[in-house]
Design a protein around this ligand. Structure first.
Ligand code: RTP
Ligand code: MG
Length: 138
C-alpha cells in the first residue's frame, strides 16, 4: 500500500551540513518528497509535537534539542513508507543503529540523533497535518 510518513532532519544534521546527503539517501531508497520546508520549532510546538513523551525523564532534553535550531520537515511517500523509513533511520541510539542507516552515519548521540520518522500510519497522518497545509503539498 502506498503510504506517506513525516520525516524531520533534526537540528544536529542541519548544523553539520548533512541535509543534502540525508536527502540523497532518502530519494535513493525510493521515497518521493511530497512536501518540504525549513522549520524552527519553539518550545510550545515541540511540546505538542512530542506530546506522547510528556513526563518522561528525557522529555525536557528532547524539547531543548529539537528547538535548538532549524529543522527540515518533509512528507515522504512510498510503498510501506512508515516502516521502511523507520528501517532507513536506524535505532534511536546511534550506537545500536545498523550500518548504513541514517543514524549510524550521521547521528551524534541518543538526543542529537539526526532524523525523525513517524512510528505508525495513524501518527504519520497526525504529524503530516501538524506541519503541512494542503496548499503546501506537491
Ligand atoms: P523520533 O520520535 O525522534 O523519530 O525517535 P524514535 O521514535 O526513535 O524514539 P522515541 O522513543 O519516539 O523518542 C523520541 C526522541 O526522544 C529521545 N530519547 N531519549 N532514554 C533516552 O535518553 C531517550 N529516549 C528517547 C531521542 O532523541 C528520540 O529520538
Ligand atoms: Mg518516535
Amino acid at each position: 500500500m502506498i503510504q506517506q510518513t513525516l520525516a524531520i532532519i533534526k537540528p544536529d544534521s542541519v548544523r553539520n551540513n548533512y541535509a543534502g546527503k540525508i536527502l540523497s539517501l532518502i530519494v535513493d531508497h525510493g521515497f518521493s518528497i511530497k512536501a518540504i520546508k525549513g522549520v524552527h520549532m519553539d518550545t510550545r510546538d515541540a511540546q505538542r509535537f512530542y506530546g506522547i513523551h510528556t513526563g518522561k525523564p528525557f522529555f525536557d532534553k528532547l524539547v531543548d534539542f529539537i528547538t535548538s535550531g532549524p529543522c527540515i520537515a518533509m512528507i515522504l511517500e512510498k510503498e510501506n513508507a512508515v516502516d521502511d523509513f523507520r528501517k532507513l533511520m536506524g535505532a534511536t541510539d546511534p550506537n545500536e543503529a545498523e550500518g548504513g542507516t541514517i543514524r549510524s552515519l550521521f547521528a551524534e548521540n541518543k538526543t542529537a540523533n539526526a532524523i525523525h520518522g513517524s512510528d505508525s500510519s495513524d501518527n504519520a497522518f497526525i504529524e503530516c497535518n501538524f506541519f503541512f497545509s494542503i496548499q503546501e503539498r506537491f
